[in-house]
Design a protein around this ligand. Structure first.
Ligand SMILES: Cc1cc2nc3c(=O)[nH]c(=O)nc-3n(C[C@H](O)[C@H](O)[C@H](O)COP(=O)(O)OP(=O)(O)OC[C@H]3O[C@@H](n4cnc5c(N)ncnc54)[C@H](O)[C@@H]3O)c2cc1C
Length: 414
C-alpha cells in the first residue's frame, strides 16, 4: 500500500455530512491510499460576515458536526478569522495536508442548466428551458477508521470561537450571537444542526399534512407550519437542496404529484434561478441598476434609514414585520415582500441599503437570493413587468385585509 497521506476537507461554510461530494472524494482517496482525514472550518472566502441570527444557527451546526466527526477521531479545526487558504499558509508547520478538498454550496445542478449566452432574465423562461432533472444527492460518507486523531492539535483550534463582529458602525441591533435563546414567538424556533434539519424535512413532508397544503398556506405570516422553513438550514449548509428534491420525489411516489409538492419544487427552482443569475450577470447582479442597468431615483436619507432599522418606519404593519426580523431573523416571504416594497416605493430609500440590512439580519441570508428578490421588487431585476414598465407595488391595506384580516401578526409583534 502507498504511504498514508493527510487529506483535508475544507467546509467552506457547508455544515453537514449528507450529500457532500468533497467528503465522498476524501473517503474514496483515504481508503485507496490509507490516508487520514482532518476537517478545516475557515471563514468562507467568498462569503460575507454572517449576522447574529445566522451565526447562532451556524454555531449549533458546527458543534453538532464536531461531535459526529470526533466519534470517528476526525479533528474539526476551526479558524474563524481566516480563510482555509490563509489558515494553511499561516499554520503550515502543523497543517500539512497533501490534498485539500473544498465543499461547495448545495445547488440542484452542477453545471449551467442553460448555456450562459442564452441564460434568460426571467424565471418562466428559465423553468421552461430546463433540460435535465436535478442531480440526486450522495449518501453521507462512511468515515469510520479514517480520522487523523484528536491529539497534538492546539486546543484553541478544537474549540468553538465567536465570529468577528460586523464591519458596520455602530453594530446593528439584534440578540447576541453566542446565546441559544430563541424568542418564543419565532416562526423558526429550530436548532440549526444537520439532524434538526433532516427532522424538520421529515416532519413537513411526511409526518404532517404540511406539504399537501403548501400552495394555500405559503403566504401565511405566523407559526412554524405555513411553509417548509428549510431556508435557514440551506443558508448554513446543514441541509442539501438535492436531499430536499429527492425527498419531494419520494413523497410524490407515495402520494402523487399534488399541488403542494409541485409548488415547493417550483420555489426551489426559484432559488436555483437566482444562484445561476448571479453567476451569469456577475457584479451587475448586485449593482443598484441591477441586470437591467436602469437609472435609479431614491432619497439617500440616512436618518429615515436609521429609524427603519429600529422598526420605526412610520407604518404599523411594516414595524411589526421589522420587529419580528430583529427579534428572530426570520420573516415570511409575504412579510419580506411588504417590507421591501414599502422601503423602495413609499420610503424611497436606496434598495441596496435595505438589501444589505436584510443580509445582515436574516437567519437564512443568502446574497444571491436576497439581492435577486430586492432587485425584482425594485424593478431592476427579473420581474417581467418591470422591463420597460412599472414594477409591482403593494397596497398594504389590501394586503392586510387579505393575509392578516384578524391582525394576528400585528398583535403578536406590537
Ligand atoms: C426581499 C426578499 C429577500 C429574501 N432574502 C432571502 C434570503 O436571503 N435567503 C433565502 O433563502 N430566501 C430569501 N428570500 C426568499 C423567501 O422569502 C425565503 O426563501 C422563504 O421565505 C424562506 O422560508 P421557507 O424556507 O419556509 O420557504 P418555502 O416557502 O418553504 O420555500 C422553500 C424554499 O424555496 C426557496 N424559495 C422560496 N421563495 C423563494 C424566492 N422568492 N426566491 C428564491 N428562492 C425562494 C428557498 O430556498 C426556500 O427555503 C427573500 C425574499 C424576499 C422577498
Amino acid at each position: 500500500m502507498a504511504r498514508a497521506i493527510t487529506i483535508a476537507v475544507a467546509l467552506e461554510g457547508q455544515l453537514r455530512l449528507d450529500d457532500q461530494p468533497a467528503f465522498a472524494a476524501a473517503v474514496a482517496l483515504a481508503r485507496q491510499r490509507g490516508g487520514r482525514l482532518i476537517v478545516l472550518a475557515g471563514r468562507p472566502e467568498a462569503q460575507r460576515l454572517r449576522g447574529p441570527h445566522q451565526r447562532r444557527l451556524a454555531a449549533q451546526a458546527l458543534g453538532s458536526l464536531r461531535s459526529r466527526l470526533m466519534a470517528a477521531a476526525i479533528p474539526l479545526l476551526h479558524f474563524p478569522q481566516l480563510s482555509t487558504a490563509a489558515a494553511l499558509a499561516a499554520h503550515g508547520e502543523l497543517l500539512r495536508p497533501e490534498v485539500v478538498l473544498h465543499c461547495r454550496e448545495s445547488w440542484l445542478f452542477d453545471d449551467w442548466p442553460i448555456a450562459p449566452a442564452s441564460f434568460p432574465r426571467v424565471f418562466a423562461e428559465f423553468r421552461r428551458g430546463l433540460p435535465q432533472a436535478p442531480l440526486p444527492p450522495l449518501p453521507p460518507a462512511d468515515l469510520a477508521g479514517l480520522g487523523a486523531g484528536l491529539e497534538g492539535w492546539p486546543p484553541t483550534w478544537l474549540q468553538p470561537h465567536p465570529q468577528p463582529q460586523s464591519p458596520c458602525s455602530p453594530p446593528p441591533p439584534g440578540p447576541r450571537p453566542d446565546t441559544d435563546s430563541v424568542d418564543p414567538r419565532s416562526a423558526f424556533p429550530f436548532r440549526g444542526d444537520e439532524p434538526s434539519a433532516l427532522a424538520r424535512l421529515q416532519h413537513y413532508l411526511f409526518d404532517t399534512d404540511g406539504l399537501r397544503h403548501y400552495k394555500a398556506s405559503r403566504n401565511g405570516l405566523v407559526g412554524t407550519e405555513f411553509s417548509s422553513k428549510v431556508s435557514p438550514f440551506l443558508g448554513i449548509g446543514s441541509l442539501s437542496v438535492r436531499r430536499i428534491w429527492a425527498e419531494l420525489l419520494r413523497y410524490q411516489a407515495l402520494h402523487g404529484a399534488d399541488e403542494g409538492s409541485e409548488w415547493l419544487k417550483q420555489e426551489l427552482l426559484w432559488r436555483e434561478f437566482f444562484l445561476w443569475s448571479e453567476q451569469r450577470h456577475g457584479a451587475a447582479f448586485h449593482d443598484p441598476g441591477g441586470i437591467q442597468g436602469r437609472p435609479h431615483s431614491w432619497v439617500a436619507d440616512r436618518e429615515r434609514f436609521r429609524r427603519w432599522t429600529r422598526a420605526d418606519s412610520g407604518h404599523p404593519l411594516i414595524d411589526a414585520q421589522l420587529r419580528e426580523l430583529l427579534a428572530t431573523g426570520y420573516l415570511s416571504n409575504r412579510g419580506r415582500q411588504w417590507v421591501a416594497s414599502h422601503f423602495i416605493h413609499e420610503l424611497q430609500l436606496p434598495w441596496i441599503w435595505g438589501a444589505r440590512f436584510f443580509e445582515w439580519m436574516l437567519i437564512d441570508a443568502q446574497p444571491a437570493l436576497n439581492t435577486g428578490n430586492w432587485a425584482y421588487l425594485a424593478g431592476v431585476g427579473s420581474d417581467p413587468r418591470s422591463f420597460g414598465g412599472t414594477p409591482r407595488r403593494f397596497n398594504l391595506e389590501v394586503q392586510l385585509q387579505r393575509y392578516d384580516p384578524l391582525q394576528t401578526h400585528r398583535q403578536r409583534w406590537s
